[in-house]
Structure formats: structure tokens, C-alpha cells
Design a protein around this ligand. Sequence first.
Ligand SMILES: [Zn+2]
Length: 147
Amino acid sequence: MAKETIKSTLPENHSKKSQKAFEIYPRILTFIAEGKKLSVQDIEQLEETFGERVKKALELIGAKKVKKYLFTPSGVSRWVVEGHEHAYLTLEHSFCSCKDFLFSSIMKRVIPSCYHLLARELAELSGKFEEIIVADEQYTTLIEEWL
Ligand SMILES: [Zn+2]
């Protein structure tokens, strides 16, 4: 493997912007837990640190691409965000099955969330998501589809 390739997969030094994003993210989660709404200022702050990801996330919400699958009778829920080519599974506000999340959040640690995960948080905050009820028997098939 070339040196350059190895270097590009190592965690980068956090820029100020990146640090801010890691500070803001837990706040969004607190808002969700407390049932609060984001203000225009909050969205602006998000845009400052998450850049284009906020616009893309809002587009996904507008296009009704955020789905909450509720499995029955177990009551287990799984949040899925439909991207351009694939539907991605988001888990526990801290994981998305897309490549951006793998590279930018896990490997490089420059941002706490990809735009799918951000879309999921913002959709949950605003209540703008679709709930789909499915039978527990479909669980494995669906999870495999999303991973
Ligand atoms: Zn993602």
C-alpha cells in the first residue's frame, strides 16, 4: 500500500470547525430527548460546522426519505434513510451504514455524522418522517438490505 493511502485513512487533526461539530451534535440529541425544536440560529450553527451536509439532510427530509420502521409485535424500531442509490440504516444516533460515515466519522473523525444521520436527527426533531409498520419476520431480510 502506498504511503499516501495509509496517511489518508489516519485520523486528521481536528480543525476548529470539526471540533464545533462534535460539540453541537450532543446538543441536537438533547433537544430530541427533551422534545425541543431547533431555532433558525441552531440551523445556522449547524450549517457553519456541517456545511453541505445540512442542506442535503434537509432535502432528504423534504423528499420524505426518512423512515421509521416499527416491527411488530416486538415493538423494535429501526430508522432508515433513503439515499440516492441505497437505503441506509442508522442506529442509536451514532451509526450509519454509508461510506461517508465510515470514512469521515469513524476513520478520520472529522465530523460526528454523515448527512443521513443528520437527516434522521432533524426528522425526529421536527416529526417529519414516515412510520412504516412491518412484521418481525421481515427483520433479517430488511436489515441485510440496509447494510
Ligand atoms: Zn450515512
